[in-house]
Ligand binder design. Structure first.
Ligand code: F6P
Length: 408
């Protein structure tokens, strides 16, 4: 075991389960007989560069606080959307990061995040080798988008999927209240991969027929076919619920929302997307004359801890713990991933994978998990996703509201 301190950070968009992974990292370090400090970087790598640390070992010494952390949504440590330049292009951040590592004797670095965050893990671990600095650097997967390569699914996805399916069921009850034709379009996050919108299919069953149509970025969106399908379904059923990914695009790869989006991009160069639902709402109203309403699930789907999946929280905590234990036992340059042993009965294990295989690669919904017309998902997808939303994990409530643990 290297003698020194451990630092953990959270990066990218928040989820309902990212704090469960943080708790897992803390508990993994505690369980490993590690005797250094367990530090948290505030706002990810940006906080590290500013030496903005808090002592998580001290703050979460009491197991009761760790239980609260697991059930608190978003990123306790704060997050960032910073991507490191390649060191051969600009070594500034690498030099600064390793100066901080040396100054604080940091020998373990754990980063909880998605594709771009795994790129940080990859680059830092390669740089450490290059300059011969002894440090164990491990990635912990996280993203509601479920688009990380190698891992069977991503921590945070199950809870977002559960929220989406629940919200669709409830909105479907609302929409069916009148005896009139109407179309509800539900816009769901997912820029390039449609895993989240696909999860709307989980709402079906037990007398719930919605959503009637599902559109993902993995199949080109054709406006004429969409209007045809909506029209036919309204004539048959009166009320139609449509689930779409924010990132649906036409055959030329142009986002449906581009007619309304500002074109602004984030620091990774990703376009800010929203408005596809509105485009479809207007099309249904103008071309078909039906009452139409678009709802954007937006940030609600990311941090709905009151509807978290117990499976997701349990797995997220376990993967964080396994990553910390692996780092402390000397592993570096890897991401701890989920391996599905079987779907029925559902059985999962965790195993390390090569970080280069996880960084920067977006895993899409397989085309064969969509039907031929590209307006629904297949039973294979449902069988894959169903176990991930199982189980409830209610937060503590006080004065009628959920209790969250907030960074001082
Ligand atoms: O973290 C992934 C994600 O939730 C995407 O689904 C979404 O497009 C994006 O984050 C939005 O990011 P931000 O909150 O930084 O605008």
């Amino acid at each position: 075991m290297l003698k020194g301190n451990l630092v953990v950070g959270q990066s990218g968009g928040p989820t309902a389960a990212i704090n469960a992974s943080l708790c897992g990292v803390i508990e993994g370090a505690m369980a490993s007989g590690f005797d250094g400090k367990i530090l948290g970087m505030v706002h990810g790598i940006e906080g590290l560069l500013k030496e903005n640390f808090i002592d998580l070992g001290e703050i979460f010494a009491d197991p009761a606080d760790r239980e609260k952390l697991v059930k608190t949504p978003s990123a306790y440590l704060g997050s960032c959307r910073k991507k490191l330049a390649k060191p051969e292009v600009d070594p500034t951040d690498y030099n600064a990061a390793f100066e901080v590592f040396k100054k604080h004797n940091i020998r373990y670095f754990l980063y909880i995040g998605g594709n771009d965050s795994m790129d940080t893990v990859y680059r830092l671990s390669e740089y450490a080798k290059k300059i011969d600095y002894d440090i164990c650097i491990m990635g912990v997967p996280k993203t509601i988008d479920n688009d990380l390569n190698v891992t069977d699914h991503c921590p945070g996805y199950g809870s977002a999927a559960k929220f989406i399916a629940t919200a669709i069921r409830e909105m479907a009850r609302d929409t069916r209240v009148y005896d009139m034709n109407s179309v509800l379009i539900v816009e769901i996050m997912g820029r390039n991969a449609g895993w989240l919108a696909a999860a709307s299919a989980l709402a079906r069953g037990e007398g719930h027929p919605s959503p009637e149509l599902i559109y993902l970025p993995e199949a080109p969106f054709k406006m004429d076919e969409f209007l045809e399908d909506v029209d036919a379904l309204v004539k048959q059923k009166k009320v139609v619920i449509v689930a779409i990914s924010e990132g649906i695009r036409d055959e030329n790869g142009v986002y449906v929302c581009e007619s309304t989006a500002s074109g602004a991009v984030d620091v990774f160069g990703h376009k800010y997307l929203s408005g596809a639902g509105k485009v479809l709402e207007n099309a249904v109203r103008d071309k078909l004359g039906y009452k139409a309403r678009a709802v954007e699930l937006n940030v609600f789907q990311r941090c709905a801890a009151h509807l978290a999946s117990k499976t997701d929280l349990t797995e997220s905590r376990a993967v964080g713990k396994a990553a910390a234990e692996a780092a402390i036992s000397g592993m570096t340059g890897r991401m701890m991933a989920y391996v599905r042993e079987s779907t029925n009965p559902y059985k999962l294990s965790v195993a390390p994978c090569d970080i280069a295989e996880a960084a920067n690669i977006e895993k899409m919904v397989p085309r064969e998990w969509l039907n031929e017309r590209g307006n629904d998902v297949t039973e294979e997808f449902v069988a894959y996703a169903r176990p991930l939303i199982e189980g409830e994990s209610y937060p503590e409530y006080e004065d009628g509201l959920p209790v969250h643990i907030i960074r001082p």
